[in-house]
Design a protein around this ligand. Structure first.
Ligand SMILES: Cc1ncc(COP(=O)(O)O)c(C=O)c1O
Length: 348
């Protein structure tokens, strides 16, 4: 153990949601898309010539960047690709924060942010949401050694959103880059992509795992000022995206018809689920993501999680120190959600 750096010795590590490899579960615990990706993606992957697998992949994921640039209306040199958006978050912390530096993040938020700080040996500074999931100006207050600020929008676990005007204000006030993690943004009403053009310190990260149903493929991208992108590309692994993921993600981002239909379906199931769970006594903030954050005044959420698991329904029990606990439940297919809603009353 003494071989390790002190911060690695004391590292708790990131705890991913359960991924059972055997048995049949209704899986509502890690915010994957409830549906399989479209045939266009599978066909594109099947069409990859074997010779291409014997060669290294394109280090710049040029095909994806060109396709995404057209779909998103940005220049391709504003885009950097990663092995999931987690890879991009790692690159960002590595690039901006060293030992003795501070990375600020919103809390409760994505639990990977503190782990990345621990690995890097920099200080993580959580800034708490208000109880109604709004964020006050302390998030953008200046501080010595502050090198990076990160927030997820929509946030996890709450699914709530801060408005673009507030994000812009944060970017203007912060003395460092601001990362807006938009992993769930396709299920929301607005996004911050247009702001990247206006603010050189704003970086938006996106995931193909959620709205494009490609969590198993591992692909994400960020959009930022080209000067930042060029520097960040020096920090990434040279071949951080493999050939199959580049091909699959390119086909996925081009299949806008599938994405639009899928998003609308999930949003409609989300409304139905929100209403039914509220009627069962769960308190749920307004979610603009593909999951709901469900708490109860009787505090019995861990018990409910365990009972659901025995019935082979997996949801995510989350406990945030000095904040509270709850269940984060992914919006599944209609039959999956029906099964959950049918069994829950017997557990309350
Ligand atoms: C807020 C947030 N950001 C990023 C990610 C990572 O997504 P990816 O699968 O693209 O690495 C997740 C995954 O659950 C997430 O919840």
């Amino acid at each position: 153990m003494e071989y390790f750096r002190p911060n690695i010795r004391s590292l708790d590590g990131y705890t991913p949601g359960e991924q059972p490899q055997q048995g049949k579960f209704i899986k509502l615990n890690t915010n994957e898309n409830a549906y399989a990706p479209p045939d266009s993606v599978l066909q594109a992957i099947r069409g990859v010539d074997g010779v291409r697998l014997s060669r290294y992949p394109d280090p710049d994921a040029t095909a994806f960047r060109a396709a995404a640039a057209t779909v998103l209306g940005v220049e391709s040199d504003c885009i950097l690709c990663g092995n999931g958006s987690d890879d991009l978050l790692t690159i960002l912390v590595r690039a901006f924060a060293g030992e003795g530096d501070t990375v600020r993040y919103s809390y409760p938020g994505y639990i990977l942010y503190p782990t990345l700080c621990d690995i890097q040996g920099c200080l993580g500074e959580p800034v708490r949401y208000e109880k109604n999931w709004s964020m006050n100006d302390s998030f953008s207050a200046n501080a010595n050694h502050l090198r990076l600020a990160v927030l997820a929008n929509p946030n996890s676990p709450s699914g709530t959103v801060l408005g673009a005007d507030q994000i812009l204000k944060f970017a203007d006030t912060l003395p460092c880059p601001l990362v807006v993690d938009e992993a769930y943004v396709d299920f929301a009403d607005e996004h911050c992509l247009a702001l990247v053009r206006e603010r050189p310190n704003l970086i938006v990260t996106r995931s193909m795992s959620k709205s494009h149903a490609l969590a198993g493929l591992r692909f994400g991208y960020l959009v930022a000022n080209p000067t930042l992108v060029e520097r960040l590309s020096r920090v990434k692994d040279s071949y951080n995206c493999d050939t199959l993921s580049i091909v699959g993600a390119t086909a996925a981002i081009l299949d806008q018809r599938w994405s639009t239909e899928n998003r609308e379906k999930i949003k409609s199931t989300r409304s139905r689920m929100h209403q039914a769970l509220s009627e069962m006594g769960f308190a749920i903030p307004h979610s603009q993501a593909n999951f709901l954050w469900c708490t109860r005044s009787d505090k019995r959420t861990r018990d409910i999680y365990e009972k659901l698991k025995l019935e082979r329904i997996l949801v995510r029990y989350m406990e945030y120190p000095e904040w509270g606990d709850g269940l984060r439940i992914t919006v599944g297919t209609d039959p999956q959600v029906d099964a959950l809603l049918e069994i829950l009353p017997s557990m309350l």
